[in-house]
Design a protein around this ligand. Structure first.
Ligand code: KVN
Length: 825
């Protein structure tokens, strides 16, 4: 044991009596509460602090190990980390669950009622942010020196209430009662510059040197959160930045005599890290967003480079050997010119040297092909906000275009197409192009997506730099998404094949023979039934709604977006409803169809889709003619915690995006892993799910990406499908003519118009018939519980590939060149 250990007098978590004492001490001395007068929240906070204490030493040891080993580190720069709740995850990853559970029980409480007191860390929109959180878990579990950098938003993803069927957004005040997991590093503070002007002067050696002067600065203050891996040996760090006003305000402004204005200005600069932009897959080209991006990038780079000395000593020349930086989409891609600025202006490097270092340090992950999501910033805005950074972007562009011209002389159109500056319709900086040019690797997040990336949006770049583009298919952490959220299935798996699968998910393959073992199938069916009962119980308690646990749970949970086609799901629901109304004796197995997800607050059509789902649900759920066979529920405020409750109970996973639009999807993987069958299109990772589980164990429908492309090339007319299918026409007319909105018959006309008058951009009508047919096959299989369970078991057995451990191993070897640092090794 080290000296520090001896001094800190740690209570071993095996010592239940000691834990109880520690909890009471925390309650009294940190929370300031009399044990006789407490709330569950007080106890939760005390508990979280004790758990954090136990992680802290391992965390320090991990950091010390990395430092002493002098190993290459990876930094994951992301505007989003969608972590969810931490308590249960930490207890289980650290291996403390049983002891803490016992201590709390002996104190006359229940761990479950305490853990519900925890607020969600909802610092992300959806898949991209959740992926970052899964990656942190995998990095720590595999003992890799990986650190997250992001923003400590004071308000995370808004909380969604449903009022009268409409989405209402409420601020997410997740820090209201404090955040027991973080350490505020009031001394880790960096200055971030904005505005001002650039002055250029020749130095002693006759080199032109730039200075960025008279700036308006904001300070970035660090908050650290320990990230324990499974087994608790390696504990990594997530560092989030919070904006603080500089002392300049105190000195300059207050002296001017306008005290109130000075305080006001101070607040304005601290607003920078106030709120997460709630827009998923659509660009929000607002000034505050650009300021957030530069703010966290600048602070992170200063922090990463703090050991490197501009005056010789530890030279920045070795940066790419010591550090890898991953850009989570283009949101942090301004890091590329920012690192150049530091190397040129502060370290005095030559352009070629600085550019070589930069390119070997960065790599970029693209997450979407949606043209409206590709970030571009107006040159005018950058000129004002980040004048020196813009100059460097111009210089990067000049070098890049010179190189392109020399390789393809005379191809002026190529130059126009690949320029980092879009000269049409107001000049804008194309951030994705900047990210490609400044990185040594660019990856997509599923096979199809990576292929399409090379043939569509980045075609020219794939030709210029063929070796730069690779695929690394997404994954999810099996700890949070199976071990922690689905204990019934985890226990069944462990009884069958041991525990190795938790850190090597490919081991699930040993379940394969059990798909033909009828006693195992019975147990599997019982597990699913247990989980459905648990969910139904929660929903009853929380919302007063009775879900029928004997029905098939058919679920589409994800952000509400036209390309994800929740409306296609609704068209199926209405069709099923119409068939049942026409023939109540149809032998459809009962279905409980659940949809959930948030719409961006400014996305009119997505919000109208939510209202439609609720109005359709209302009509169907109140129609006694169908109530035993069909139920529809919109699950409000879908978030990480709700996902953890829903996913274990799902029978049928809806992954029905237009082929070629969903880059990967990760919910699809979570549901496969939890023994749901998928009904889906050949889109994103669905394609690889089909490859893994076998085409006989998944319900695939609809046009392929190539067919969709061809359809629109030929000239797609949704009316042909409308007139060609009576059931489709009836369903669409019911939406358009107010069947579900008698009090306002034209309420859903905009949805009808999108599909018929505005060209049905996502080809719902073209895929409708094939979807309905596939749903028929789902019904047929569901009538045979053993046959269904057999396929579900095979889905679990063959889902090992979708572990984020596998994903992270690929990043580590193919992009980062980092290796594990074994604890105490
Ligand atoms: C874009 C702007 N994804 C974004 C995005 C602001 C916030 C988020 O990334 C997931 C992937 C999904 C993709 C999502 O839609 O298919 O599974 C993780 O790779 N979010 N852009 N793309």
């Amino acid at each position: 044991m080290s000296a520090q250990h001896d001094l800190c007098n740690e209570v071993e978590p095996t010592d239940v009596e000691g834990l109880k004492q520690a909890l009471v001490n925390r309650l009294i001395y940190s929370i300031g509460k009399d044990p006789l007068q407490t709330t569950n929240r007080d106890w939760f906070l005390a508990l979280a602090q004790v758990v954090r204490d136990h992680m802290t030493l391992r965390w320090m040891e991990t950091m010390r190990g990395y430092y002493l080993g002098n190993v290459k580190r990876v930094y994951y720069l992301s505007m989003e980390f969608l972590i969810g709740r931490t308590l249960r995850n930490s207890l289980l990853n650290m291996g403390f669950y049983e002891q803490f559970n016992q201590a709390i029980e002996e104190m006359g409480m229940e761990l479950d009622s305490l853990r519900y007191m925890e607020e969600e860390a909802g610092l992300g929109n959806g898949g991209l942010g959740r992926l970052a959180a899964c990656f942190l878990d995998s990095l720590a579990t595999m003992h890799l020196p990986g650190f997250g950098y992001g923003i400590r938003y004071e308000y995370g993803m808004f909380s969604q209430a449903i009022e009268n069927g409409y989405q209402i957004e409420r601020p997410d005040t997740w820090l209201r009662y404090g955040n027991p997991w973080e350490f505020a590093r009031t001394e880790v503070l960096y200055r971030v510059q904005f505005r001002g002007h650039v002055s250029a002067q020749y130095d002693g050696q006759g080199r032109l040197r730039h200075q960025w002067l008279d700036t308006e600065d904001v300070m970035a203050m660090a908050f650290d959160t320990p990230i324990p891996g499974h087994g608790g040996q390696t504990v990594n760090n997530l560092r989030l930045w919070s904006a603080k006003a500089t002392r300049d305000f105190d000195l300059r402004y207050f002296n001017e005599g306008n005290y109130i204005k000075a305080v006001d200005d101070k607040n304005r600069s601290e607003n920078l890290s106030k709120v997460l932009y709630p827009d998923d897959t659509t660009e929000m080209g607002r000034e505050l967003r650009l300021r957030q991006e530069y703010f966290f990038v600048s602070a992170s780079l200063q922090d990463i480079l703090k050991g490197f000395d501009p005056d010789g000593g530890h030279s920045v020349e070795s940066l790419p050997n010591e550090v890898a930086i991953q850009l989570n989409d283009t949101h942090p891609s301004i890091a590329i010119p920012e690192l150049m600025r530091i190397l040129l202006d502060q370290h005095g490097l030559e352009w070629e040297k600085a550019w070589d270092i930069t390119r070997r340090t960065f790599s970029y992950t693209n997450h979407t092909l949606q043209p409206e999501a590709l970030e571009t910033w107006p040159v005018k805005l950058m000129e004002v906000l980040l004048p020196r950074v813009l100059q460097i972007i111009y210089d990067i562009n000049q070098h890049f275009l010179r190189d392109v011209s020399s390789r393809f002389p005379g191809d002026a159109d190529l130059i126009r197409r690949v320029s980092l500056i879009d000269e049409e319709g107001g000049r804008r900086v194309r951030m994705a192009y900047l990210a490609i040019v400044g990185s040594h690797k660019v990856n997509g997040v599923a096979k199809l997506h990576s292929d399409l990336m090379k043939t569509t949006i980045f075609r020219d770049f794939a030709k210029l730099y063929p070796d730069r583009f690779i695929n690394i298919t997404n994954g999810v952490t099996p700890r949070r998404w199976l071990t922690h959220s689905n204990s019934a299935l985890s226990n069944l798996i462990t009884r069958a094949i041991g525990t190795e699968w938790i850190t090597d998910l490919s081991q699930l393959k040993h379940l394969t023979p059990l798909a033909d073992d009828s006693s195992f199938l019975r147990e599997f069916i019982a597990v699913k039934q247990t989980n459905k009962g648990l969910l139904a119980g929660l929903v009853k308690k929380r919302h007063g709604i009775e879900l029928d646990p004997s029905a098939m749970f058919d679920t589409q949970i994800k952000r509400i977006h036209e390309y994800k086609r929740q409306l296609l799901n609704v068209l199926h629901i209405i069709t099923r409803y119409n068939r049942l109304r026409a023939n109540p004796n149809l032998d459809y197995p009962a279905r409980c169809i659940i949809l959930g997800g948030k719409a961006a607050p400014g996305y009119r059509i997505a919000k109208l889709i939510i209202k439609l789902i609720n109005d359709v649900a209302d009509t169907i759920n109140h129609d006694p003619a169908v109530s035993s066979k069909l139920q529809v529920w919109f699950a409000p405020n879908y978030n990480v915690s709700r996902a953890m409750e829903l996913i274990p109970a799902i029978d049928l996973s809806e992954q029905i995006s237009t082929a070629g639009t969903e880059a990967s999807g990760t919910g699809n993987m979570k549901m496969t892993l939890n023994g749901a069958l998928t009904i889906g299109t050949l889109d994103g990772a669905n394609i690889e799910i089909r490859e893994e589980v076998g085409k006989e164990n998944i319900f695939i429908f609809g046009k392929t990406a190539a067919e969709i492309h061809e359809l629109f090339q030929r000239g797609y007319s949704p009316w042909d499908y409308y007139y060609g299918n009576a059931e489709l026409r009836q369903a669409l007319d019911m939406i358009g003519n107010g069947f579900f909105s008698h009090e306002e018959p034209l309420r859903f006309r905009p949805l009808f118009d999108e599909l018929l008058h505005n060209g049905d951009r996502y080809a719902l009508l073209a895929d409708y018939e094939s979807y309905i047919t596939a749903q028929g096959k789902v019904d047929e299989l569901y009538r045979n519980p053993e046959a269904w369970a057999r396929k579900a078991v095979l889905n679990v057995a063959r889902s090992g590939y979708f572990s984020s451990d596998r994903t992270i191993n690929e990043y580590a070897s193919r992009i980062w060149n980092v290796v594990p640092v074994l604890p105490n090794g």
